[in-house]
Design a protein around this ligand. Structure first.
Ligand SMILES: NC(=O)c1ccc[n+]([C@@H]2O[C@H](COP(=O)([O-])OP(=O)(O)OC[C@H]3O[C@@H](n4cnc5c(N)ncnc54)[C@H](OP(=O)(O)O)[C@@H]3O)[C@@H](O)[C@H]2O)c1
Length: 263
């Protein structure tokens, strides 16, 4: 059976994708780090779709990634859509990073995506209707002081998807979506509460972003920014010199700290 594979399925945006597709009765293969959270999610979806498989995977870990696909193979699972949602967003001066912060963010945001996509391709029909959807971030539209590694990993993901799209032309649709702020986790909701500026206008619900992203990959869009204010931001930053962008970017992010990368 062909499944839709979703990483980060227990998270805010991943959960929104999961709910939308479960409502349609789509066969789902879901992953995250916690077997307990995945099993709870599976139970909650049973009334909506009878075809849900879950298996934990730590995307930082090569062996864990291999175990995920070995389990899928043992069930005879194939995939016609992958939605790579998992991501880690640490936001603080780079001097405060340790090795764990560097390794976690680069591996989950980029290495895990490349690895999962490669394994996915070998288990997909690649018949022109296969869909690859990756979640980047609006932060990747420019280098972001104090959010530097996150923005760089998301830029790497964006360029990777756009290049892969050309390699897979006619066999798979490949879309990268660059969401702006979404009120998913409590720490993000708290920082939205504190923010008084322009960024308040750019906020969109994860449900809206997930619905638009699914439509975008169906239409085989290359790179998608969702929402009027996010599109305006993208347009605006390219009108000002890079030195100004970096100066104002540093002012925006310097005060905020986000150190959420799980355990
Ligand atoms: N929220 C925003 O404002 C915003 C804005 C732009 C882009 N994004 C991007 O949108 C995506 C979803 O973010 P979200 O807001 O929904 O955050 P979230 O609720 O924290 O979801 C992130 C997901 O990543 C998974 N994950 C983290 N480390 C992992 C690891 N080592 N192995 C496997 N999975 C791991 C988590 O799974 P478990 O905890 O279940 O293991 C979680 O489900 C991310 O890629 C993020 O960068 C978010």
């Amino acid at each position: 059976m062909n499944y839709t594979l979703i990483t980060g399925a227990c998270g805010g945006l991943g959960g929104a994708f999961t709910q939308i597709l479960a409502e349609k009765g789509t066969p789902l293969f879901l992953t995250g780090r916690s077997a307990e959270k995945l099993n709870t999610l599976k139970t909650s979806l049973q009334e909506k779709t009878s075809h849900v498989e879950v298996f934990p995977c730590d995307l930082r870990d090569e062996e864990s990634r291999a175990a995920f696909f070995a389990h899928a193979d043992s069930l005879g699972a194939t995939f016609d859509r992958i939605i790579y949602v998992a991501g880690v967003d640490t936001q603080m001066p780079f001097e405060q990073y340790d090795e764990a912060h560097i390794m976690t963010q680069t591996r989950v945001n980029f290495e895990g995506a490349a690895s999962f996509l490669r394994s996915f391709l070998g288990r997909s029909p690649l018949d022109g209707n296969t869909e690859i959807l990756c979640i980047g971030s609006i932060t990747s539209i420019m280098p972001e002081p104090y959010f530097a590694l996150y923005a760089a990993t998301k830029k790497a993901l964006e360029y990777f998807c756009m290049a892969l799209r050309t390699e897979l032309k006619g066999r798979a649709k490949v879309t990268v979506v660059l969401p702006g702020t979404m009120p998913t986790r409590e720490d993000i909701k708290a920082s939205i509460e504190k923010s008084r500026g322009y960024s308040r206008f750019t906020i969109l619900s994860p449900e809206k972003v997930a619905a638009k992203a699914l439509k975008a990959v169906k239409k085989n869009k290359k790179r998608v920014i969702i929402g009027f204010w996010n599109k305006l931001t993208n347009f605006g930053v390219h009108l000002i010199p890079m030195s100004w962008r970096l100066h104002f970017g540093a002012k925006v992010w310097k005060g905020s700290q986000k150190d959420f990368y799980g355990t």
